[in-house]
Design a protein around this ligand. Structure first.
Ligand code: 4NP
Length: 149
C-alpha cells in the first residue's frame, strides 16, 4: 500500500483537485487497492471548508469523479503515516517542513518535480484559471503514477 498526501495552502483548490485526479488515474488502472490518497492544507484558514467551486466545476467538466472533502491541516503524524507528501508549489514545501520538521526520509517534493519540466502548479486563487491548474495537475499526477506504480 502506497500512501500519498497532496498538500497546498488552503486544501480547497489545488490539492483536492490533485487528490481527485490521482484517484481517477489509479481507479482507471485498477490499482485502487494499492493506494491510500488524501489531501491537506499548510494553513488553518480553510479548515472544515469544502472544495472550491472552481475546482468542482472543472472536475465535473472533465468527468473526474469527486467526493466531499473538508479542508484539514497537515500534522506531524502525517509524516509517519504517508509515503509521499506532495506540495503544489515551493512555498508549500517550506510550510510543510515547518510543520513536520526534518524530511529525513525524503518524502516531501513538488508534484511537478516528477515531470521533465519541474515547476510550481499554477495557482488559480487570484487568476480564477482552473483550466491551467487542471492541465498542470494532470501532467503531474500522470508522471507521479508512472514513477511510483
Ligand atoms: P489552495 O487555494 O491553496 O489551492 O486551496 C487557496 C485557498 C485559499 C487561499 C489561497 C489559495 N487564501 O488565501 O485563503
Amino acid at each position: 500500500m502506497k500512501k500519498v498526501l497532496f498538500v497546498c495552502l488552503g486544501n480547497i483548490c489545488r490539492s483536492p483537485m490533485a487528490e481527485m485526479v490521482f484517484k481517477d488515474l489509479v481507479r482507471k488502472k485498477g490499482l485502487e487497492e494499492k493506494f491510500f490518497i488524501d489531501s491537506a492544507a499548510t494553513s488553518s484558514e480553510e479548515i472544515g471548508n469544502g472544495i472550491h467551486y472552481g475546482t468542482v466545476q472543472k472536475l465535473r467538466k472533465e468527468g473526474v469523479p469527486f467526493t466531499d472533502h473538508r479542508s484539514r491541516q497537515i500534522t506531524k503524524h502525517d509524516y509517519k503515516e504517508f509515503d509521499y507528501i506532495i506540495g503544489m508549489e515551493e512555498r508549500n514545501i517550506i510550510n510543510i517542513l515547518r510543520i513536520i520538521g526534518d524530511d529525513k526520509e525524503q518524502k516531501v517534493c513538488r508534484l511537478l518535480d516528477f515531470t521533465d519540466n519541474p515547476r510550481d502548479i499554477a495557482d488559480p486563487w487570484y487568476t480564477g484559471n482552473f483550466d491551467k491548474t487542471y492541465d498542470d495537475v494532470l501532467e503531474g499526477c500522470k508522471a507521479l503514477l508512472n514513477k511510483i506504480c
